[in-house]
Write a protein that binds this ligand. Sequence first.
Ligand code: FES
Length: 411
Amino acid sequence: MFGLTAAAPPVFVCTFVALLVSLFLNIWLLINNFKFALNDLDAGPATAATNDGLIKRSELPQGWWTDSMLFQAERRAIFSKTWICVSHRSRFVKPGDYVSHEIAGFRFFLILGKDNTVRAFHNVCRHRAFPVTEKASGSSTILGCKYHGWCYNTQGQLTKAPHFDDVSGFDRSQNSLFEIHTKVNEYGFLQINLDGSKEAGESQLPDTKKIGKPAGINYGSQFLHSWELKGNFNWKLTVNDEYQNGNKTSKAASGAFRVFHTQDLTPADQLYFFPLTTVYTKSGSTLWYQLTYSPDSPQQTNVRCDVYSARKSDAAVFEGTIKDNLEAEIKAKIQKYEATYGTLTSSNCNPSDSSYDQARIADAVTAHLEQEKIEGREIKPATVQQCRSEAFTKAEKLCQALECTSDTLAW
Ligand code: FES
């Protein structure tokens, strides 16, 4: 009894110390895993290149292709804080030229300002969050929200707010559109980052992955044509697929690679922007085009094709056979993805060549979810905050009262 009592304190102390060490070790590992995963995501193509883009990941998480909770996590972990290539500078010629897009439910538009700068804004009116632009593209130096007439200039500043302008204390400058970080790379490609933090805006664009020798892309290209199609497949199927296909030099290369000359079966040269965009060029051709895959849901992806030319005279050349071929080949590409998606979802398996980029996505989502667990809340980097002043509330009451007596509501 005496012996037991004398030995007991060191045992408890040792157990306590061991528990403490184990706790600190776990916390350290958790923090560092998170850091590594984020670095991995930011590292982009440079890291992918060192691994030849082919790191295997045999087991992707359950519901990788179909789960809507996972899709919501991807919205927060990938699309809300990654640089995404969405357009090209030469698409915007005169002040007021704008293009609207939607990626994973985030609506935004890009517009050329009078200062020759392209800016991106959330397509959300500061009054009651209706879309400011409803057309896919257009040109106007003043954008008027059709619902109650608020107007914004090309720099997103509120220039007119009916009913509100007369209310003392209402400050237009506090009600500009929400701007999105936008950068243009050396080839003229416009990339946005929906993460509203200052650090995100200061972060560097990832390197662009080159396949072959893409050429002929410059700031002075001419925009020729754009169209969109929907495909019933998960957006992640396209990630790395373009890269792998582009690396094949087989004469059997098919699909979009053939479009420039129907008899020429050699693969096109490419620029790949993780996670959604690939640009195709071809030696000897002045045409080039950009494919952007925008996820709508786990089961549906919007495919946008923007075609450009290095020469103005090519506009007529593109119409006709080349345009028809390109449309047909992109349709065929989508059908191929749909067939693969059907096989994957019916057999509940992962593709045998699960790539490094699939692993990057999985790691980034896992790290984001772990951080959310630590903070006990969902982390939504793209969320914007509407602040309502007293003057706003007062004017809004007036606006609502006028609506009630009006016969001509906008909606
Ligand atoms: S929602 Fe745009 S003016 Fe009211």
